[in-house]
Every structure is written in C-alpha cells, then in structure tokens.
Design a protein around this ligand. Structure first.
Ligand SMILES: [Zn+2]
Ligand SMILES: [Zn+2]
Length: 213
C-alpha cells in the first residue's frame, strides 16, 4: 500500500519515504535545524588546529573530527573545506529511527586564533610587527603602556620590548592591529618590511614602524 506524506501530500509511488514522511520533507526538517557555523581554534603561528584539547595538523581528517566533536548529534562527513574563505561543505547525517539521513550544508568556520603550547613557549620569538620608538623616554613608556592595553583588550600581546639606542623596539603579535593602532592615533611613521617566510604559498612580511615621540 502506498503512503501519503502528511506534510506535502506526495505519495510513496513518486518519492522515497523515511517513516511516515517523504524524503523531501524529512530532509527539509533536518536542514532547517542545521548549524550555520562552528568555531575552530587555530594556532596563528604554525597553523595547527585544536582537537579535544590538543593541537594537531590541519588535515581533512582532523578537521572532520573537530566538526564532529562540535556536533555530536550528527554523523559528520567533511566533503571539502577552504581555510581562505572560512567555509566547509559538510554532510550532516541525522539518525531517524535507526536510519542515518545525510543532508549537505555549507557552514562557516569561525577561526579563533591563538598560540598552541609549543608556539606559546616560544612566544618571545613570535612577532609580526615591530614599533621602533625613538624620542622622549617618558613619552615612549606611556606609549608602550597604551599599546599594551590596546593589544590585550583585543586578545593580542607585546611579545617583547628591547631597549635600543635612544629608544625601545616593541615586538607585537599582530601586524593588522599594529597598523590599526597607528592609523587610529594619526601617528607619523616610516615603514619597512622584511620577508620572513611563506605560508599557504603567500609571502609573509614583518612590518617595522619607526615612530618619533
Ligand atoms: Zn512530504
Ligand atoms: Zn603553533
């Protein structure tokens, strides 16, 4: 005997059924409840991702397990993911009366950047930008205080401060933040860039800002 879907009226002669509902309606229900995004913790220095409290290599298998551990009610299969545009194509398998029904969805990977244990041990040597301060000692010290607060409020840090001739070199964990600080305070700087490596096929530069105070 053919079944009729109570939601849309289709019969089992034309579409597949799961229980009393048709495939389309069941998949639509599952799809509406699926998440839009998930958080992935990423080491900003070495690019490892955190899985069950440990940092591991960013492989498809590990990324799948990271997503699986965030969504325990689904059987997760990672189809594809893209670190540059922060998205993942995921198959969410939902158990309905012992039958796993897979529904695909593109979700956002919200990368939260921090340092893994081994990189934070070397945190003193991790930096993206240097502010070379020269000028009045008191002004420079007040400046370092303000930069420190600005960075800490945004989850970043001053890696080290080195005394130099007539000033200080301040090593900073984030070059975008360094540049944002400089432009929001209308500071006049002389900038230079040094290549320090290649990540994901792109050249990575350290920024040095010379600032007179
Ligand atoms: Zn239906
Ligand atoms: Zn690391």
């Amino acid at each position: 005997m053919s079944k009729r879907c109570p939601k849309c009226g289709k019969t089992s002669d034309t579409v597949q059924f799961y229980g009393q509902f048709c495939k389309n309606c069941v998949e639509k229900d599952i799809s509406e409840a699926l998440p839009e995004s998930t958080e992935v913790i990423l080491c900003k220095n070495c690019g490892k991702i955190r899985l069950q409290g440990k940092f591991v290599k960013d492989t498809g298998q590990n990324m799948q397990e990271v997503i699986q551990s965030a969504f325990k009610n689904y059987k997760i299969i990672l189809i594809d993911y893209n670190v540059d545009d922060s998205t993942a194509d995921v198959s969410f398998g939902k158990d309905k009366n012992g039958e796993v029904i897979p529904v695909e969805k593109k979700i956002e990977l919200r990368f939260k950047k921090m340092l893994c244990e081994s990189c934070s041990r070397r945190a003193g040597s991790y930096y993206e930008a240097v502010m070379q301060l020269r000028g009045n000692k008191e002004r420079m010290e007040r400046f370092i205080d303000r930069v420190n607060k600005y960075f800490e409020r945004r989850g970043e840090f001053i890696a080290k401060v080195k005394e130099a001739d007539n000033g200080y070199d301040v090593y900073l964990s984030n070059k975008k933040l360094a540049s944002a600080y400089i432009s929001s305070h209308n500071l006049e700087t002389v900038n230079s860039y040094t290549l320090y490596g290649v990540k994901h096929g792109k050249k990575v530069y350290r920024h040095t800002y010379s600032i007179r105070l």
